[in-house]
Design a protein. Structure first.
Length: 235
């Protein structure tokens, strides 16, 4: 665990220079992983929420939170209950806090301009079995993460007045018409109207969206769609 934390160059992760303190991210995660009692867990949590991955007093989140998310989940799985609760609380803040302008996106293996909240949600969904097994606290995090959805287009066909897009959906899209951001090869495009045509069946991520007013050629395979509310989050 400590090796994984130390392997990250926290100073190379961008963050608002007046708020982000890389040393707090590294030291806070190490301290939380080693915490043996509630006081130590609380002190580590304060370090992480006081400039490490977020700034609790101003409800701001930093790009470092997306990098720290899988580490916090590892700590939660291996630590004492108080350590686990501290880690889950920090993840909840990473989902709900707002980033500073200019520091709202992160590079991930699946996208180069992913909103911080969506990157954290992706990590939470990857540990859904663990989180669901925790009961109310874990299920609450998963419910919150579901709203930070991501859809990857696999193929499209022309539909009446638009396009039916087939692909995989992480999270859940509410009923109704929504705006979304489409990303492909660094290009960002606003889609004014998308609806969930067919949600995934249980145990599957396969879904179909209807993109109103767009033709299949405008929605290439491999494109990613994110909720516009997530893309516009700024402190």
């Amino acid at each position: 665990m400590l090796d994984a934390i130390d392997a990250v160059d926290w100073g190379a992760i961008p963050g608002h220079p007046d708020w982000y303190e890389p040393a707090r991210a590294a030291h806070g995660l190490r301290a939380l992983a080693d915490a043996a009692d509630p006081i130590q867990a609380a002190e580590a949590g304060s370090m992480l929420a006081g400039g490490g991955i977020a700034h609790g007093h101003s409800a701001a989140v930093f790009p470092a939170a997306a990098v720290a998310a899988p580490l916090l989940l590892d700590i939660a799985q291996q630590g004492r209950p108080t350590v686990r609760d501290t880690a889950l609380g920090l993840l909840d803040e990473a989902l709900s806090f707002y980033p500073h302008a200019g520091y709202t996106r992160v590079v991930t293996p699946y996208g180069t301009a992913v909103p911080i909240c969506c990157a954290v949600a992706h990590q939470l969904r990857a540990r859904s079995e663990f989180l669901a097994g925790l009961g109310r606290s874990g299920k609450s995090l998963l419910t919150e993460a579901a709203g930070h959805w991501c859809f990857e287009i696999r193929e499209c066909v022309a539909d009446d007045g638009g396009t039916a897009a087939f692909g995989t959906l992480g999270g859940s899209i509410p009923e109704g018409v929504h705006t979304a951001e489409l990303q492909l090869a660094g290009e960002l495009t606003v889609l004014d109207a998308i609806t969930l045509e067919y949600p995934p069946e249980e145990g599957s991520l396969e879904a179909c969206l209807r993109v109103i007013g767009r033709q299949p050629g405008e929605l290439p395979p491999g494109s990613l769609l994110f909720a516009m509310d997530c893309c516009e989050r700024v402190h």
